[in-house]
Design a protein around this ligand. Structure first.
Ligand code: PEP
Ligand code: MG
Length: 843
């Protein structure tokens, strides 16, 4: 039963009473959290000052609130900044929701430990529900635990916060930056700010919600750093409330915070602060002016205006998004952009996403709310799986999510008003934004989030825009118009470039342009060294378009068809006919004189395939990847073999197995291939080879060689497994270097073993696409270089500048060096002395 009878609050501790004004902490002394008093304790057990229910007790045990039946809410906070002790020194004696009597012990604490390890032991008792009170003792002096201290007059239960009505607006989700979540201090700042608005306002964390005007409710959410929260508001000033509170939350509600990015951990800023470092997402360099770009926050109502209406709005938006993506795809046909827009179209059609959205529409939610919740939830799921590639697909999902959301809300995309020679700076760019950048004005971009393997990075490379990602958030503070130099090759943004640096950059760029022109003009010439040694230069491809492009740039065949990429963004397995059609089309494009090396599905590790569900693994790069996965699901492999075999005769067909680490894997796969060939009535088997990308295969190459037709060395994986460095790790990117002598030694011994058995060896990892590496690979005896399509002319031109005998000598030299940097330096000197001199002479 509730009454308005005055209520006496007892001293929760023995100690010395102080007025709040004397507390050396403005959040408390300003009464932002609530009015009350302070005790410098001499006892070590905090007791309930009134009877009621424990409305909140922090996990860390340093603060507790009791609410009585009349709604009087009293918060006790032991010590200052004790949240930082993370529970050490405190023992909770009660649980949230438990009814307690006045005087009942609530928390025990170790006063010595707290006094030594926190800012102060001063303990606050605050009437946070705001009722007026009278002091029953002198304002200062000694008090004993249990002694009556305050007389509170309960108010008629105020209808302080109206229930949120159907027309609540929701903010976009944001990540809490506060090191200890919303503990008392930031929660108080937030509640105080929320009280400044008439709207009813709620803070949401997953499925829990708290009245944002209630300090205790906010604390009861027990948020921690990195939690995703949302603000909702209903009422006349809802929009303003959301904007103000989201800004406040992002800025840490009065606490000093550093911007939190869920993406790759930013690399520490250069101490001189004249340069910021990130990771190269797309090579090149540019000198231009800073242009910060930001997406405006979208707000929308949770409740729908009728199910039929909301369904129609969703369908309309999905159709329009589909049409827009189709148009973008057609405009970019044959390019990486086109593939990405096709993948986005698939997401529009994703059954799980649509089912989640429709479930919410069934519950009366608005189309915007339903679609947004479904896409956000799935993106969060992707991000939380600990897989870099899936986390990057979350960015694609967020991009599609925004596209549809804007269409539902009728928000027009405003074109960015870009200055000339802009270097865009953003927290994160979406693939759509990247694809539609006006490259006449934009010279490059820099993002805090993102990764080198993201679709944004792929697009930047396709557009030829230099870009770096994983840059510290302080880049977002640079003023628009500031002149900066972006050296993406080195992953650097120079904030105060001097004239010499800028001029050097322009000279280098001009040389690049001239060299590229010449290389493309001569792309059809064979890759033969000056002394007559021919090296086959083939292409790494993932689509028919890339095969066609490769041929036009002088590619002599396909050294690696990454078959999993043909279907990476598909929700359903391609039919056997479709697979056979794809391989045959590629083989036909190459013709009977050229090699086609089809690698069987290399799924797992950083490459999940939506239609091949896999259990999550703690360490997917060391788990069921590549051939291991296919042998676990032999039907998958059989079906793929059948589809590949259907293209036999159209090109010189080779089948290659990825991630082989054991002889038994090769033998089992060969048996399956032979069985399938027999069923199809083929008299001749295609060539069968393996990738050398696991050290065990490289070390046992002499035993593998008699049983294969060829090897192709995957230096990307061979490097990560040899050096035990994750190939996608943003902080190890500079050390996980394929130029490491350990990797080169494995290449050397593999080639030796293969040649002893008359088998050829290719390199299809990214090392083969580096002009600097060409002399050492040729010197080690590599027969084929399978390279990324745009680099075919460069690699062929580089081969033509070399002498085999020189290459052999430089290869011998670098095998004896200690680390990758030394190898690079030795090759740079060699390159400067040979290739570059000859270019300068000719120009
Ligand atoms: C490699 O590992 O070097 C390779 C070519 O395979 P992928 O990059 O597709 O793993
Ligand atoms: Mg590999």
């Amino acid at each position: 039963m509730t009454t308005n009878q005055p209520l006496e609050l007892l001293a929760p501790l023995s100690g010395v009473l102080l007025a709040l004004d004397q507390v050396p902490d403005p959040v408390f002394s300003s009464r932002l959290i609530g009015d009350g008093l302070c005790i410098d304790p001499t006892s070590q057990t905090l007791c309930a000052p009134l009877a009621g229910v424990i409305s909140n007790i922090q996990d860390s045990g340093h603060a507790v609130s009791v609410t009585d039946d009349n709604g009087v809410q009293v918060l006790m906070h032991i010590g200052l900044d004790t949240v930082n002790l993370a529970g050490k020194g405190f023992t909770r004696l009660v649980e949230e929701g438990q009814r307690v009597e006045a005087g009942q012990p609530l928390i025990e604490f170790d006063a010595d430990y707290v006094a030594l390890n926190a800012r102060s032991l001063l303990t606050l008792m605050l009437v946070v529900s705001g009722e007026p009170f009278k002091l029953l003792t002198p304002e200062q002096g000694l008090v004993d635990v249990g002694q009556p201290l305050l007389r509170v007059t309960p108010q008629a239960v105020a209808d302080e916060v109206k229930d949120e009505e159907g027309d609540a607006l929701f903010s976009k989700p944001l990540t809490l930056p506060n090191a200890n979540g919303l503990h008392a201090r930031p929660a108080a700042v937030l509640a105080q700010a929320a009280k400044g608005f008439k709207a009813s306002i709620y803070l949401h964390k997953q499925t829990e919600s708290a009245n944002a005007k209630s300090l205790v409710r906010i604390m009861a959410l027990q948020t921690v750093q990195g939690d995703t929260v949302q603000v909702s508001a209903a009422g006349e000033d809802a929009e303003a409330a959301i904007q103000a509170l989201v800004t406040l939350l992002a800025e840490g509600c009065g606490e000093a915070v550093t911007a939190h990015s869920p993406a790759a951990a930013p690399v520490a800023p250069d101490s001189s602060a004249t340069m910021l470092r990130g990771v190269c997402a797309s090579p090149g360099s540019a000198f231009g002016q800073v242009m910060q770009v930001k997406e405006p926050a979208l707000t929308f109502a949770e409740a729908g205006k009728g199910e039929a209406l909301e369904r129609a709005a969703l369908t309309h938006a999905l159709n329009n998004a589909n049409q827009a993506l189709q148009a973008l795809q057609e405009k970019a046909i044959g390019t990486a952009q086109s593939e990405i827009f096709r993948a986005h179209q698939e997401l529009l059609d994703d059954p799980a996403l649509l089912e989640q959205t429709r479930d919410l529409l069934d519950q009366g939610k608005s189309a915007a709310f339903a679609w947004n919740s479904a896409t956000e939830a799935t993106a969060t799921l992707f991000q939380g799986l600990g897989n870099a590639l899936l986390a990057e697909r979350a960015a694609d999902l967020a991009d599609v999510g925004q596209r549809v959301l804007k269409l539902i809300l009728g928000v027009q995309d405003r074109a960015w008003d870009l200055p000339e020679q802009a270097i865009l700076i953003a927290e994160q760019l979406t693939p759509s934004q990247t694809a539609s950048l006006d490259t006449r004005r934009v010279l490059g971009f820099v993002t805090v989030g993102g990764g080198a393997t993201s679709h944004v990075a792929i697009l930047a490379r396709a557009l030829g825009l230099p870009a770096i990602c994983g840059v510290p958030a302080q880049v977002l503070e640079l003023v628009n118009g500031k002149q900066v130099l972006l050296d993406a090759d080195k992953g650097e943004l120079h904030l105060n470039p001097d004239l010499a640096e800028i001029e050097q950059l322009q000279v280098t760029r001009q040389q690049h342009v001239l060299r590229r022109q010449r290389e493309v003009e001569q792309a059809s010439l064979p890759a033969t060294t000056r002394d007559g040694h021919h090296v086959e230069v083939t292409a790494n491809v993932a689509s028919l378009q890339e095969v066609e492009q490769a041929l036009s740039l002088g590619g002599e065949g396909v050294g690696l068809l990454r078959s999993e990429f043909l279907y990476l963004d598909r929700n359903r397995a391609p039919s056997p006919e479709e697979q056979a059609g794809t391989y045959s089309a590629i083989a036909r494009a190459l013709g009977p004189e050229r090699n086609l090396v089809v690698r069987t599905l290399d799924v797992g590790g950083d490459k999940p395939l939506a239609y091949v569900p896999m259990d999550s693994e703690t360490n997917p790069f060391l788990g069921l990847r590549g051939i291991r996965l296919c042998l676990e699901r032999p039907e998958l492999l059989r079906e793929q073999f059948r589809a590949i075999l259907a293209s036999a005769g159209f090109a010189r067909l080779h089948i290659m197995l990825p991630m082989v680490s054991l002889l038994s894997e090769l033998r089992l796969a060969r048996k399956i291939l032979e069985e399938e060939a027999l069923v199809l009535g083929l008299t001749e088997l295609p060539k069968l080879g393996i990738m050398i990308e696991v050290p065990s295969a490289a070390l046992m190459a002499d035993l593998f060689a008699p049983e294969v037709d060829f090897f192709s060395i995957g230096t990307n994986d061979l490097t990560q497994y040899t050096l035990a460095m994750d190939r996608d790790h943003p902080r190890l990117a500079s050390q996980a270097d394929s130029f490491h002598p350990a990797v080169l030694r494995l290449i050397a011994s593999t080639v030796k073993a293969a040649h002893a058995h008359g088998k050829w060896v290719g390199v299809c990892g990214a090392l083969a696409s580096e002009a600097l590496a060409v002399p050492v690979l040729i010197g080690l005896g590599v027969d084929e270089l399978s390279v990324s399509v745009p680099l075919i002319p460069t690699i062929k031109a580089t081969v033509r500048e070399l002498d085999l005998a020189d290459c052999q000598s430089i290869a011998r030299q670098v095998l004896g060096l200690e680390e990758a940097a030394q190898v690079r330096e030795a090759l740079r000197l060699y390159h400067a002395a040979t290739v570059e001199t000859s270019l300068v002479v000719e120009h």
